[in-house]
Design a protein around this ligand. Structure first.
Ligand code: PLP
Length: 364
């Protein structure tokens, strides 16, 4: 029996092969490879999908956070409040701009940044907040924007795991001063290589990102400010334009699979993901908590079901970013979290099989 993987970007490529082939063939007939008409078209289509005014294609999600921070005015020495429970990229991007990451605790239900913890961490040096919509569940953006207004802080949303998630019908990525998306292949909207985007509503911020992503050029070859090289490839934009059309149905299917898993786990003692009222979860990852996490993982593997850890260690406990903080909620979940297979192309039979296997689990 083949192992059922946690993610499977190849399955989507197979399903969309004809359309992707056509897009690549069109790209090969052209003579533009970077920042051409496919990138501009994708930028417009992605912004319009989100209900945003602007999207700017960049090389990856980490750069998207970095460029967004630069564009909203974060400078070396500024403090930026974020979480330790995220991909390392969130904190790495803050460090890249020379700012100081201030990692705070999470809400135990949503795993997103805790609002009271943000308030306690604000100092005169705080310049911005980077909430992460972790696993696809939106952070509490209404409270975060209120807090940001009260303390005159900038907000850069990390949307790398939450393409299409929303709060009261408004898509994440449209709340903050800017938002960063990753199109890493396994994401809900994934390229076939690296890619990212900065989304915003302000033409000035958008213009800054456009300059910063290409050596600070306003005019070709003339640098107006210090920028970096972080451009989205034409071929990736062409592929993303195909895949964008299937994002909503993919997310819907992810939520259906999640609901089936949660029903199967309802009497097991395993903690299933929580969704706040009024929120649409993008269900990028389906992460449970089990008191016997390692045994559950071994049991699933023996039944042909792969699992993963998102993540094996909190960022503030990794050598590169270690700080002496006591993040009680964050630290308490790290022994228990486990990601189950989650991608739209899982067949009904596979989902039913996984549910059957989960129903038998009785060690929590
Ligand atoms: C929460 C989060 N932020 C940022 C990133 C960085 O994106 P990328 O890998 O495209 O640089 C990722 C992806 O790994 C992520 O999951």
């Amino acid at each position: 029996m083949n192992m059922i993987p946690v993610a499977n970007p190849q399955a989507q490529v197979s399903a969309l092969r004809t359309e992707i082939d056509k897009a690549i063939s069109k790209f090969l007939s052209g003579n533009v490879y970077i920042l051409g008409s496919e990138v501009s078209a994708f930028e417009q289509e992605f912004a319009s999908y989100l209900g945003a005014l602007f999207a700017c294609g960049v090389a990856n999600g980490t750069d998207a956070i970095r460029l967004a921070l630069m564009a909203v005015g974060v400078q070396a020495g500024d403090e930026v409040i974020t979480v330790s429970h995220s991909a390392v990229a969130t904190v790495a991007a803050i460090v890249e701009v020379g700012a100081v990451p201030v990692m705070v605790d999470i809400d135990p239900q949503t795993y997103c940044i805790d609002i009271a913890a943000i308030r306690s961490a604000i100092t005169p040096k705080t310049r911005a907040i980077v909430p992460v919509h972790i696993y696809g569940h939106p952070a509490d953006m209404l409270s975060i924007m209120q807090l940001a207004k009260e303390f005159n802080l900038k907000v850069v949303e990390d949307c790398a795991q939450a393409h299409g998630a929303s709060i009261l019908g408004k898509k994440i990525g449209t709340f903050g001063d800017a938002a960063a998306f990753s199109f890493y292949p396994t994401k809900n909207l994934g390229a076939l290589g690296d890619g990212g985007a900065v989304v915003c509503q302000d033409p000035i911020i958008n213009e800054r990102v456009k300059n910063l992503r290409q050596y600070g050029w306003k005019t070709r070859y003339i640098s107006d400010c210090h920028g970096i090289n972080s451009r989205l490839d034409e071929i990736q934009a062409a592929i993303l334009r195909v895949k964008l059309k299937y994002l909503e149905t993919g997310n819907q299917r992810r939520r259906e699979i999640g609901a089936q898993y949660s029903a199967a786990l309802s009497n097991s003692g395993v903690i299933a993901p929580y969704t706040c009222e009024g929120v649409k979860h993008a269900m990028h990852l389906y992460v449970v908590q089990s008191k016997n996490r390692d045994a559950l993982s071994v049991y699933l593997r023996e039944e042909g079901i792969a699992t993963a850890l998102h993540y094996p260690a909190a960022i503030h406990q990794q050598a590169a970013y270690r700080i002496e903080a006591s993040l009680v909620q964050t630290e308490s979940i790290y022994k228990n979290i486990l990601s189950l297979p989650m991608f739209p192309e899982l067949s009904e039979a596979q989902v039913e099989y996984i549910c059957q296997v989960l129903r038998v689990w009785d060690k929590d």
